[in-house]
Design a protein around this ligand. Structure first.
Ligand SMILES: [Zn+2]
Length: 372
């Protein structure tokens, strides 16, 4: 197929996937009732776990490199690889490599600003009213870029989008577990500096085995002292012990994934008793190989045992998904009724780091939309 036709084909395919119209290879999606899709679409939603870098859709990547006249081949190859593999990665390492390839295309603060604008537009299209967007600050430092300049550009783009689209964005600055405590403290210092410019939390992600919680106890204590909220990716690539340590040693207020908690009744009890919200990312766990199928996710068990569950996308463009699609996937894979879908939205509002009055206003808006 000629290159220009192939590109159009890829673009259309991705659009279809992201709009939830086409069956993804990694899941056996039941055809959704149109009414269920419409219901999900009209719910005012909150996204708590989305990485800015993982939100770059094919059209945004092309936009990013077009003006530079460089990296076009890299981008086309990256998109073609996602198409060929159905947005799945044989090993977690492959996903990290793919994520890194995207971050290397982000050469200037303006690149980060463009990504932010396009993410905000995409979220607004899905009726996402509030998002806590994770900026991989650790990666920016690793690239030896000015985190100050990058964050200021991204935050300015988000403020512009907020005025234009009515979507509110706050930020989580994320450090890389395997880079250790010194690196994490450098990220934390920046996060604290930007506390009054929209940064609400500090978090860690990456390799749980090579960057265990013990390394970050002091950094999390400092984070609290600096007035920042805390999150942590845990139980994504490591066992239930990693989840327990994120709660008990780090005191993380929310956990990214928490998947492996399901394997240990005591850790399940800990999450239930402390009501630590989990940022569940269904497609992500299948795409990176933690689960064979969406149906294998312990979502139903989490709900039945009284855990606080929220639905999120993680890296939506890298997994061929969107928040609207994740809600549809959850509804179909676990036979969730409308009441549960609304409860999941309410959980996200409650688990967010928004001001209390904003939470109440959003919850009222949700109840109104759900009742129509
Ligand atoms: Zn994540």
């Amino acid at each position: 197929m000629p290159a220009n036709r192939r590109c159009r084909h890829i673009e259309e395919s991705c659009d279809e996937w992201q709009a939830g119209r086409r069956r993804l290879p990694q899941s056996k999606m039941i055809q959704k009732e149109p009414s269920s899709q419409a219901f999900i679409a009209r719910l005012p939603k909150v996204e708590l776990h989305v990485h800015l870098e993982g939100s770059a859709r094919p059209e945004t990547l092309r936009e990013l490199v077009r003006a530079k006249g460089r990296h076009e081949t890299v981008v086309e190859e990256w998109i073609a690889a996602r198409e060929q593999t159905g947005f799945r990665y044989p090993h977690f390492r492959d996903f990290i490599n793919s994520f890194t390839a995207i971050t290397l295309l982000l050469e200037t603060p303006a690149d980060y600003a463009l990504l932010t604008t396009r993410l905000c537009e995409w979220l607004a299209e899905q009726n996402v009213r509030y998002a806590e967007v994770t900026l991989s600050a650790g990666v920016v430092l690793w690239k030896k870029q000015s985190l100050e300049a990058v964050f200021e550009a991204a935050a300015a783009a988000a403020r512009e989008a907020e005025k234009r689209l009515g979507l509110r964005v706050q930020w989580i600055l994320d450090a890389i577990r395997q880079f250790g405590a010194l690196h994490a403290r450098q990220v934390l210092q920046r996060a604290a500096r930007f506390r009054h410019e929209g940064v609400v939390a500090f978090g860690i992600g990456g390799d749980e085995a090579r960057g265990p919680a013990e390394l970050f106890v002091e950094v999390y204590r400092e984070s609290r002292e600096l007035g920042l909220h805390t999150t942590a990716h845990a139980g994504e690539t490591a066992g239930a012990e990693s989840v327990r340590k994120a709660v008990e040693l780090l005191g993380a207020e929310r956990l990214g994934h928490g998947l492996s908690a399901a394997r240990d009744p005591e850790v399940m009890a800990l999450l239930r008793d402390r009501q630590v919200p989990l940022e569940v990312c269904l497609s992500s766990n299948v795409a990176t190989g933690s689960l064979a199928r969406v149906e294998d996710h312990p979502l139903r068990k989490f709900l039945d045992e009284g855990l606080v569950v929220t639905l999120n996308t993680d890296d939506p463009a890298m997994f061929g998904t969107s928040l609207t699609r994740e809600f549809g996937l959850a509804a179909d894979s676990f036979s969730l009724g409308r009441e549960t879908l609304v409860a999941l939205c309410e959980n996200a509002i409650r688990a967010s780091f928004l001001e209390e009055d904003r939470k109440r206003a959003l919850a009222a808006e949700l109840r109104q939309a759900a009742a129509v």
